[in-house]
Design a protein around this ligand. Structure first.
Ligand code: SF4
Length: 380
């Protein structure tokens, strides 16, 4: 008789990992995580920011061949780029991967490099989240340098957590470290500091969106100062951020045979390279073989303009707790854009012919006819 093997769900794996490593020190969590079969292929993601050198040093001690992903948003301080090279060379990291935005998407969506002035969420999505998600497609888990002390949004951080943006697990070895722990580790190991730390930057991101912090302020107060935004989208999904519909639609020319993706920021090319789970509008959400909650993207087909079953399906997925990317595909028109967004879809995939017949300004007008900005702040 065939043996039945039960594969634990991701939340169950995360709970077991947190339990297993509960009393471990950071370096032990890091070392064991790289070999733990529950975590699969592991990469580290580093901004080479203010505190990054501590965790980078640990990884170089444990296994300097670990893939390290560095997101170059092409908006970073020159000091960060120089520091990245200095630290990587000094620690002997052998598999540093520099991640950048897709040039086609960049040219279509932010040709003048000023999207951050109009819509920081869209800019972070273009320059950080999308490229990182693409790069993480090769991995099952990733290591971050986040810590509880870094602000309210991280106050309950654990060593392991499900990645809300995909099927992976995030590993936070320094979750319980204090600012003093980090400073001591850096001093004790004689590691170089990011040069901007001495100039009042305890948290360092892109140059246009980072300012110095005054004594007594939250260390991350200089990030997106004056905005409600607190995270870049890599670590933050479906929170209370608000998106702004840009006043100028992105320049994008639909091409026959290629899909056109409709998002809040306008039309754009396909830039998703991860796996997609395709669902018919009458799919059985109770089918355990679908593993819906682990799918990084679900695409729901709309076989005709009058078939609204896909909207109901999307709503049911969101109510059930689906946090991944949700795309409508096929016969959806501009008038249905508000309904699609209200149902929980993030984007719509149409063909070039429909995109030409219904240009972006129609979709934008349709979106603007409702209390659009409030809707986008929906909780998942
Ligand atoms: S931090 Fe600012 S410049 Fe960098 S990607 Fe986000 S919005 Fe754009």
């Amino acid at each position: 008789m065939a043996q039945v093997v039960t594969i634990p769900t991701r939340p169950a794996r995360v709970a077991a990992l947190n339990n297993r490593y509960r009393h471990h020190a950071a370096i032990r969590v890091l070392g064991d995580a790289l070999r733990d079969p529950d975590l699969g292929r592991v990469a580290m993601v580093s901004s080479f920011g203010a505190d990054s050198v501590a965790l980078l040093h640990m990884i170089s001690v444990v296994d300097r061949n670990t893939p390290v992903l560095f997101i170059d948003t092409q908006m970073l301080f020159p000091e960060t780029l120089a520091y990245q090279q200095e630290v990587a060379a000094r620690l002997g990291l052998t598999d540093l991967r520099i991640i950048r935005a897709n040039p086609t998407s960049l040219a279509a969506t932010d040709p003048d490099g000023d999207l951050h002035k109009r819509d920081t969420d869209a800019c972070c999505d273009l320059r950080k989240t999308a490229p990182l998600n693409r790069a993480l497609g090769d991995f099952d888990s990733w290591i971050t340098g986040r810590k509880r002390f870094q602000g309210e949004t991280r106050a309950t951080l654990e060593f392991f957590e499900p990645d809300p943006a995909g099927p992976r697990i995030k590993i936070n070895p320094l979750a319980h470290w204090t600012a003093r722990d980090v400073a001591d580790y850096i001093a004790n190991n004689d590691l170089p500091r990011h040069p901007l730390v001495a100039k009042g930057y305890p948290s360092i991101g892109c140059a246009p969106c980072t300012s110095p912090v005054a004594e007594g302020e939250d260390p991350r107060a200089g990030r997106w100062r004056g905005q409600e935004k607190t995270e870049c989208g890599i670590h933050f999904v479906n929170g209370k951020m608000q998106r702004i519909v840009p006043s100028q639609p992105a320049a994008f020319v639909p091409e026959d045979g290629l899909p056109v993706i409709v998002r809040d920021t306008g039309f754009g090319p396909e830039d998703w390279t991860g796996p997609i789970l395709d669902l018919a509008p009458d799919a059985d959400l109770d089918d355990p073989n679908l593993h819906l909650m682990d799918a990084p993207m679900i695409r729901v087909s709309f076989p005709s303009f009058s078939d609204g079953r896909g909207f109901t399906l999307a709503r049911r997925l969101r109510v059930a707790g689906y946090k991944g990317r949700l795309r409508a595909q096929g016969h959806v028109i501009a008038d249905q854009f508000p309904m699609a967004r209200r149902s929980g879809f993030d984007e719509i995939e149409i063909d070039a012919d429909l995109a030409r017949r219904q240009p972006w300004d129609l979709w934008q007008r349709s979106a603007g006819s409702l209390s659009y900005l409030n809707r986008l702040g929906r909780k998942a």
